[in-house]
Design a protein around this ligand. Structure first.
Ligand code: VGL
Length: 208
């Protein structure tokens, strides 16, 4: 049984360290839990948002966010975040250097793409990032997922992995934080419905 651990978008942009970007409450508190789950795995993967400032979905205030966009690959407006070269792009304190990972996926680099899941560059799920193929090439059978945010990129990544039918997918809630309580609850329900194991704590992860 080969296990992979994925640190989804565990970047400072999604933490209170970057209040002007997309701060997720306690988003900077998950490094220890991500390191703990990685100890169970043979492979550790990092995914990072890497967004340009001229993206089609960028708005200049939090008030203008979450507006639907008539665009095939950017469904909602967001403030600029995770811009390479800025603090928000960096991983949260306590995680390895980039070279400490076995594989890295950068996503949302093009100004007209804003994917949530780490498996596809586009919302239509046509353009593979290569993550699924990489996991299969290593013989991975179980994927442990943690990161930010539970209700967006963690959820979508887990559902994309589950949809392949190739992996047992476990979302480790101790290693995740979400944007809002109600969307975290509905996301957990959606993931469970899809057949994903949503573990409340690390002992549950180990028992699965
Ligand atoms: C995310 C909202 C916007 C995430 C990314 O990583 O969960 N959420 N962009």
């Amino acid at each position: 049984m080969a296990i992979a651990a994925i640190d989804v978008d565990a970047q400072q942009t999604f933490t209170p360290l970057c209040p002007d970007e997309l701060p997720v409450p306690e988003g900077d508190q998950i490094a220890a839990a991500l390191n703990e789950q990685a100890e169970l795995a043979s492979w550790r993967i990092l995914t990072k948002d890497a967004h340009p400032t001229n993206a089609v979905w960028v708005v200049d205030s939090h008030e203008k966010m979450l507006q639907p966009l008539p665009h095939p690959n950017a469904d909602l407006t967001w403030v600029k975040h995770a811009v390479p070269g800025t603090q928000g792009f960096k991983v949260i304190p306590g995680l390895p250097e980039i070279t400490g990972y076995d594989h890295v996926i950068w996503k949302g680099i093009e100004p007209d793409l804003h994917p949530y899941g780490a498996c596809y560059h586009d919302l239509q799920e046509r353009l593979s990032t290569g993550l699924i193929e990489w996991l299969k090439s290593k013989g991975v059978t179980t994927v442990l997922v943690g990161g930010l945010a539970t209700d967006y990129c963690v959820k979508t990544t887990a559902i994309q992995l589950q949809a392949t039918g190739a992996f047992k997918v476990i979302v480790n809630l101790a290693a995740c934080r979400g944007i809002a309580v109600d969307t975290v609850a509905s996301s957990c329900e959606e993931m469970r419905q899809a057949g994903i194991f949503v573990a409340e704590n690390f002992s549950e992860v180990k028992s699965l």
